[in-house]
Design a protein around this ligand. Sequence first.
Ligand SMILES: C[S@@+](CC[C@H](N)C(=O)[O-])C[C@H]1O[C@@H](n2cnc3c(N)ncnc32)[C@H](O)[C@@H]1O
Length: 220
Amino acid sequence: MTQTSRLSAVQASYDTVAVDCARLLGGDLEGRPLDRAVLNAFAEYVRGGGGGAVADLGCGTGRVTAYLDGLGVRAFGVDLSPAMVAVARRSYPGLRFEVGRMAGLDMADGVLGGVLAWYSTVHTPPGELPAVFAEFARVLAPGGHVLVAFEAEDGVRRLEHAYGHPVDLDVYGTPPELIAPLLAGAGLAEVARMVREPGAHEHGLQGFLLARKAPRGPAA
Ligand SMILES: C[S@@+](CC[C@H](N)C(=O)[O-])C[C@H]1O[C@@H](n2cnc3c(N)ncnc32)[C@H](O)[C@@H]1O
């Protein structure tokens, strides 16, 4: 499968499930205290670093964008799926959501205080992650933070049904031992990682990795 046909399949799949995904996943963070703790820490780092805007890349229904907004972060969402973006705009009319692709963002260099990829790199084959992480690094300001959430058990899981609809998705599990050096290779140094046991409706260990772009050095 080419990258273009894979992205088309991901987009079509999420377009199909968008409305039911919002209905079924709505308050999912409420039952996940460790996930909220990681997001809270990320928000605190971003606010402490000057409070630059945060792009929630692969924002889906916008539920995590809204959570960050509630923490006083200037968050906006970007997603491949126009139907997901439409649901996010309807659900959170006060927030900004745009259609876009993680590996080719319509943003200038160094404009963000933070990047969030909350289970949105899971459909990207590991071989394509260096280009995605390079794009994250490009749009982050020096000292900016990135938080990635992912399925942490190595292997590919085929998904043909989700939220009551047929879908055409591969889910790539990537251990933190693989994600951390890929982020580092893009200039995003690890700050912390967390691995937790699966909760309801999850498959295997769940990984969370916080990294930071080097701050600007002193002027020579
Ligand atoms: C598992 S959902 C997670 C959604 C959201 N982050 C959440 O936790 O509710 C994955 C999302 O990532 C989006 N996505 C996948 N690949 C993408 C890409 N290359 N660029 C932008 N969005 C992407 C999908 O359209 C989908 O909405």
